[in-house]
Unconditional design. Sequence first.
Length: 251
Amino acid sequence: MPLAGTEAGRASLSVGAGGDTTMELDRAAEDVVFSELAGLAARGEKFCVLSEEAGRRSFGADYPLILVDPVDGSLNAKQGVPLFGVMLAVLDGPTVSDTFAGLVLNLMTGEQWSAVRGQGAMRSGKPLSRLASRSDHRIELLGLESTPRALKVAQPLVERAAKIRILGSMAISIALTSAGGFDVFCAPIPVRVFDMAASLLVLAESHGVATDLQGDPIDSLTCDLKTRSTVLCAPTRELHSRALEILGQVR
């Protein structure tokens, strides 16, 4: 946290396993995570880790596989924009559907979102309670993750939404969608499935819906540092269907 929004935190070190430039802030955050995981290994746990910066590291077994994004929303953190977090997911196989535990932590507020497959979702230690939608046909608040050029792909949603927000953290944005904070969340650019694993489980366990922009399932996509997909999420099936209809992808 002391490195957020500082020149020291933005110091470039190398290119990470995910292909982005690793900066001092990324390294420091990842060191904290790996220190904790090394403690688990010292107590006899066997697992493997895949991190955005360090890549794949074995602690005695291929699975369970722990996905680590030590700073989700790292550009926010480096620029001193106070919205970023940690994403941790545990998988017993290679795909999105194999995620059996997930955690998203908002480092600025301390709020935690978590889920275990088949056991529901939690928000800060309590069962996640979803806000009721005021309308299954109206998008009051649309969340986006996009480049300026890709906004034209989501333009139909933008034009039909009352308000839009771009938070800069995929994990936190999808978690908020699971609680009804966003009526719809859309990433019109192909984004890494890796970054979404934990929050997609939170969404699924709260009975939300996630597909790509064509309405095709993303459950079978591989959770690695290369696989990318567009994403369309909603807290209810009705809102998701409405979003697809607006995009011209009626199912």
